[in-house]
Write a protein that binds this ligand. Structure first.
Ligand SMILES: *Cc1c(COP(=O)(O)O)cnc(C)c1O
Length: 391
């Protein structure tokens, strides 16, 4: 909840900005770490969800590793103190430059997605006289039951290696002297709230493990990816994921052999609830059938609603009005799709009111763009508030 202190502070600031609740972030990290470490699980944070410097610092300090999907993310992770032996690098289209950067950083592991890529990594590693550790990203053909734009584990997806290609992959690994096979990697989708999906993933991984055994390939690392979903509808009452239940699914269903490590790559679940996008109402436009609330934030600051029809709670945090009105909440960008949601029930709103768009900490600020030559969106942190209050 935003208190009067928050609102007073926000009123002094230029909008729009991302407001980070670093306390909630810390609590979330602690809850996740405790649940994971009780089973000796390793958690890598997927930087792509949010690479705000303060967020990265907090996550690094909490002991998490880093899951990167670009060479620059690898560099950012190292620059923020993630040790190279806790950095993994995934992605369907790693360029030579990015692979070289990761080899130079001596990262823990490449999560590799194709035979072609294995050959390239081998060649580049050979040129540097290095051995690249490899986990194979397998497409387990598990339906994540999530929005089709964020499903990644089905056969018709661009991600991962399909099971019928695995023999060729193993033959390639055998022939590449600068690759060391260390494990298997899976990531079936994002914003998964149905725990059966993770159970199905475990059962599939168990089957695949037997097959690798038969081929004489020892798996040291079982990396089951990320994808744990958050509650976009109840950011207050359900502000943290149930990490205990999540990890217990793997404990109960994943067959782990002695000496094997289980790795996770959580992004959204660690950061989503800890930020809100704060904006102001610029204008209220009353049409014949519709009322538009025109904000000073749009798809250039938070594109999820426009890109994935994502739902975010939208609140007017400064209105004193007791009347409720239905608004289409839109941004200022010259695109009809620049709409956060239609028919949002809000207290009667006026120019200057503060609007909070909640659960914006994942895939929010990182996807901000300069379209329409907009200013880069600012970030404001809760810890600064403490300092200001004490002044
Ligand atoms: C995006 C991504 C993740 C994190 O996904 P979340 O849904 O944010 O947890 C993990 N692993 C890989 C390979 C990814 O691409």
């Amino acid at each position: 909840m935003f208190t009067q202190t928050h609102i007073n502070r926000f009123q002094q600031l230029e909008t729009p900005f991302y407001y980070y609740d670093l306390n909630l972030l810390q609590q979330t990290l602690t809850a996740c770490a405790e649940a994971a470490y009780s089973y000796n699980y390793h958690v890598h944070y997927a930087l792509k969800a949010n690479f705000n410097p303060k967020v990265l610092d907090a996550i690094q300090a909490a002991g998490f590793g880093a899951d990167c999907v670009s060479g620059n993310e690898v560099k950012a992770a190292i620059a923020h103190g993630f040790t190279n032996n806790k950095v993994v690098f995934a992605g369907v289209g790693k360029s030579d430059k990015e692979i070289n950067a990761a080899l130079d950083a001596d990262i823990f592991c490449f999560n590799s997605e194709s035979v072609q890529e294995l050959l390239v990594i081998n060649e580049l590693a050979q040129a540097k006289n290095k051995i690249a550790r490899i986990a194979i990203r397998i497409n387990p053909n598990v339906d994540a039951h999530t929005h089709h734009h964020i499903t990644t584990g089905l056969e018709e997806n661009k991600f991962g290696i399909n099971t019928w290609q695995l023999e060729e992959v193993l033959a390639t690994l055998k022939s590449c002297s600068n690759l060391e096979f260390i494990g298997v990697h899976f990531h079936v989708g994002s914003q998964i709230t149905n725990m059966d999906v993770f159970k199905n993933l475990c059962l599939r991984v168990n089957e695949l493990q037997e097959w690798f055994d038969e081929q004489g390939f020892a798996i040291k690392i079982l990396n089951v990816g990320g994808g744990l979903g958050v509650d976009y509808y109840h950011p207050e009452s359900n502000s943290m994921c149930d990490f205990k239940t999540y990890f217990k699914i793997f404990r109960d269903y994943l067959k782990v052999k002695p000496g094997q490590e289980v790795h996770f790559e959580l992004g959204r679940a660690l950061v989503a609830q800890s930020a809100s996008l704060i904006s102001r109402v610029l204008y209220v436009k009353n049409g014949q059938k519709k009322n538009f609330l025109i904000l000073d934030a749009g798809m250039t600051e938070l594109i999820r609603p426009m890109l994935y029809q994502a739902y975010h709670v939208i609140e007017n945090i400064s209105s004193q009005s007791e009347n409720t009105i239905n608004y289409d909440v839109v941004g200022p960008i010259c695109e009809s799709t620049d709409c956060f949601r239609t028919d949002v029930q809000l207290p009667e709103s006026k120019r200057g009111d503060l609007i909070a768009i909640r659960t914006a900490g994942a895939y929010g600020e990182v996807m901000a763009s300069g379209y329409n030559l907009r200013d880069r969106v600012e970030s404001v942190y809760s810890e600064v508030e403490v300092t200001q209050a004490s002044l």
